[in-house]
Design a protein around this ligand. Structure first.
Ligand SMILES: [Zn+2]
Length: 258
């Protein structure tokens, strides 16, 4: 049976997904980046929805969001913060009209907050849900950024927290001396990236800075959804919740309750 493609962002069936523009392969080759095509969730041949422009990862977020909304797990009026808002997904979230929806970015015009993710002028626990995708690979100190994200998220909240992850390496690669476009292309696969995450390195960065990490891959989501959405087989969705903080350093006896 032929399976129809589906884009959960624009909610169209039978859409075509365009390949990743060849610019990325060509520029990677030019600069000697060795891991092109070896990223956890770039679907080289089915990258962008031709109807709405949503990338593979946006479709995965859109799918998960639809599931959560149907299950009543993301509620009306929830305070949502969307970092570096992707156009198609952001439009969908606004049009839903369900959430108290805000956007943030360091530079991008037209967002609600032009802020530095490493030092956000936002109250503790001021958002119930966030989407922060492909931001951490750009920031100087990702530990600071992740701990800020956990600080501004409500203790019972959750977030979609994603970054490009390379399948070939076991430790996250950083090199502060790589400051030129050419060097960053060579090492990290893009001129404005300052690190290349490994899978274990990425998870430990999140866990070290206040988050528990749920990883939803092919086993959890299923081949049918992966095929319909045009996702690469190795794609993983990272959902974060907050790990309890030791508010009372000497607590922790079996009888202790808040
Ligand atoms: Zn679409």
């Amino acid at each position: 049976m032929e399976m129809h493609t589906y884009c959960p962002v624009c909610e169209r069936s039978g859409v075509q997904f365009a390949p990743l523009p060849d610019f990325y392969r060509q520029t990677s080759m030019q600069h000697g980046f060795r891991h092109f095509g070896r990223m956890e969730m770039i679907a080289l041949n089915s990258y962008a929805c031709q109807a709405c422009g949503a990338s593979d990862r946006e479709r995965l977020y859109g799918w998960w969001l639809n599931q959560q909304i149907e299950a009543g797990k993301l509620n009306k009026g929830m305070r949502v913060l969307h970092f570096a808002p992707e156009a198609a997904l952001s439009k969908k979230l606004r049009q839903l009209g369900l959430f108290d929806y805000r956007t943030a970015d360091f530079m991008m015009p037209g967002v609600d907050y032009n802020i530095d993710i490493m030092d956000m002028p936002l109250e503790d626990e001021s958002f119930d849900f966030f989407i922060c995708s492909h931001v951490l690979e750009h920031v100087a100190d990702d530990n600071l950024a992740v701990s800020e994200l956990s600080r501004i998220m409500h203790r019972d909240g959750c977030g979609i927290l994603m970054a490009p992850i390379c399948l070939d390496i076991s430790d996250t690669l950083e090199d502060p001396s790589a400051t030129s476009d050419a060097e960053r292309w060579r090492l990290f696969g893009q001129n404005d990236h300052v690190r290349l995450y490994s899978h274990p390195g990425y998870v430990s960065t999140l866990e070290r800075n206040g988050f528990a990490v749920q990883q939803l891959g092919l086993d959890a989501i299923g081949q049918t959804v992966f095929t319909r959405l045009g996702l690469s087989q190795t794609s993983i969705l990272y959902i974060v919740t907050r790990t309890p903080r030791p508010e009372h350093p000497h607590a922790g006896t079996p009888d202790h309750e808040h």
